[in-house]
Write a protein that binds this ligand. Structure first.
Ligand code: AMP
Ligand code: ZN
Length: 468
């Protein structure tokens, strides 16, 4: 069997995955900042580690997966200025920060569940781990990595020569950059707050006593403290979207390696590329978010979105358009229809006949989690005439343990049937042409209808049509 190869941001290459403890994978994922809804881009950063986890499970590993919930300390920009996103949301809506956090944490959990993400083994909230974060900050202070400014305690990156390694930063280039102006007194532009003082005269909803006075933790502390609390240090894999690699992960890593003298703190740093929206950045701060609920309002089921996600490699930028999602929804419906037919297939499968498909599916995933290739093998199986229905049933339902498309249980969503006598007649004429193998006529009718925006789907009970 081919070894599992994964792309490691830390080394910028694909490497053979060997867990620190035999048979066990310890992984941590940066979760949501719960001041608003998670958009479908954020969801990609949850679907990716879920696919990874499912693959490890299918390989027989025990997986410990920890995901955090950021409910304090994430400022509006990376420069340690700006307002805490939670506090800003609370001020605007007049609600308590905890109420807002509870609402959007539940929304995130429900979204994950709707797209079949397995529940993490631990979901940990920043606000419930303040003592651990203070302890980490104290350790950094004791070891001489920090200094005090009027607004907080800062990490001095010049005390950690490997700071630039993970993100391959050009620190010299940053000296003349904008960021040095932003917090007066910073020794290095990339220094970052590990503890922020509650601003004088402002009563924050979320603030705590600390050895440095009342305040709140810097955002990066939570992931270092909680990942290692639940997984130990070092651990195997850390995931998030690629935007977090430069600042957040460089900072997480600096804190961990300096506090605990451990290197490498994380063996594999893995980052998913962005889901983009045809050039426009979708972001909660810009309030132009598209959520899973919005997709549902347009008639798309959540698992069609999972299928859409599987169509791109996680390190490829993926562009969201409604047409692309509609295409994925059709693909999903067809694959599900094939699975529904096979569910009741009689008899036993032939392991020898099935083995090559199983190993090609597995190898696609072992090569840096190549989901589109794995999905193509699933399709080959669904359509194969060389395999018996029982072979296809066992293979497809087995693959679904990793794909997570509920092929064993989902009920196909009814295709909304429209009625228009003219189009019904054309579709019937095309059917008749196909039956008499008059492909030219059948194709001509299909082309005419396509030009009108009509999509024909050939199902087991005949052709159906709908408007695109
Ligand atoms: P946030 O809730 O903003 O802290 O982000 C949660 C996760 O979503 C992080 O891992 C981000 O890297 C990831 N993320 C944010 N936007 C996108 C996007 N458009 N595509 C993929 N991942 C994203
Ligand atoms: Zn994080």
């Amino acid at each position: 069997m081919k070894p599992i190869q994964l792309y490691n941001t830390r080394t910028r290459k694909e490497e053979t995955f060997v867990p620190l403890e035999e048979g066990v994978v310890r992984m941590y994922t940066c979760g949501p900042t719960v001041y608003g809804p998670q958009h479908i881009g954020n969801l990609r950063s949850q679907l990716f580690p879920d696919l990874l986890k499912r693959f490890f499970l299918s390989e027989g590993f025990e997986v410990r997966h920890v995901v955090n919930v950021t409910d304090v300390g994430h400022l509006e920009d990376d420069s340690d200025r700006g307002e805490d996103k939670m506090e800003a949301a609370a001020r605007e809506s007049g609600e308590r920060a905890e109420v807002i956090a509870a609402r959007w944490t539940e929304h995130w959990r429900a979204n994950r569940e709707a797209v079949n993400c397995l529940p993490p083994d631990v979901v940990c909230k920043a606000s419930e781990h303040i003592p651990q974060q203070i302890e980490l900050a104290l350790e950094l202070e004791r070891k001489g990595h920090t200094y005090r400014l009027p607004d907080g305690i800062y990490f001095d990156i010049s005390t950690f020569p490997a700071y630039a390694d993970l993100a391959q930063l050009d620190l010299a280039g940053q000296v003349d950059g904008r960021r040095i102006e932003e917090v007066e007194g910073k020794r290095n532009p990339a220094d970052f707050a590990i503890w922020k003082f509650a601003p004088a005269g402002v009563r924050r909803q979320q603030e705590w006593d600390s050895p440095w006075g009342r305040g709140f933790p810097g955002w990066h502390l939570e992931c270092t403290a909680m990942s290692s609390l639940y997984l130990g240090a070092p651990f195997d894999i850390h995931t998030a979207g690629i935007d977090l690699a430069t600042v957040h992960h460089s900072n997480e890593l600096a804190q961990a390696e300096c506090a605990w003298d451990v290197h490498p703190w994380v063996n594999f740093w893995m980052h998913n590329e962005f889901l983009d929206f045809g050039g426009a950045k979708m972001s909660k701060s810009l309030r132009n978010v598209l959520t899973l609920n919005d997709l549902a309002d347009s008639g798309f089921e959540p698992l069609a979105f999972r299928y859409f996600f599987l169509n791109a490699h996680y390190r490829q930028q993926q562009t969201f358009t409604e047409e692309a999602l509609a295409g994925a929804a059709r693909g999903y419906r067809r694959l599900l229809a094939a699975a529904v037919e096979l569910r009741e297939a009689p008899g036993e499968s032939d392991p020898e006949r099935a083995a090559p498909y199983r190993s090609r599916f597995r190898d696609a995933l072992a090569e840096d989690l190549n989901a589109p290739r794995a999905l193509a093998v699933a399709w080959e199986v669904a359509r194969s005439e060389a395999l018996s229905p029982a072979d296809r049933r066992d293979l497809l339902l087995g693959f679904d343990g990793v794909l997570g498309l509920s092929l064993d249980t989902a009920v196909p969503a009814p295709v909304p049937r429209e009625s228009d006598p003219r189009i019904d007649a054309l579709v019937a004429e095309r059917e008749a042409a196909r039956r008499s193998k008059d492909w030219a006529t059948a194709d001509r009718i299909r082309d005419e209808l396509t030009a009108e925006g009509i999509v024909i789907e050939d199902t087991t009970d005949g052709a159906r049509w709908r408007r695109e």
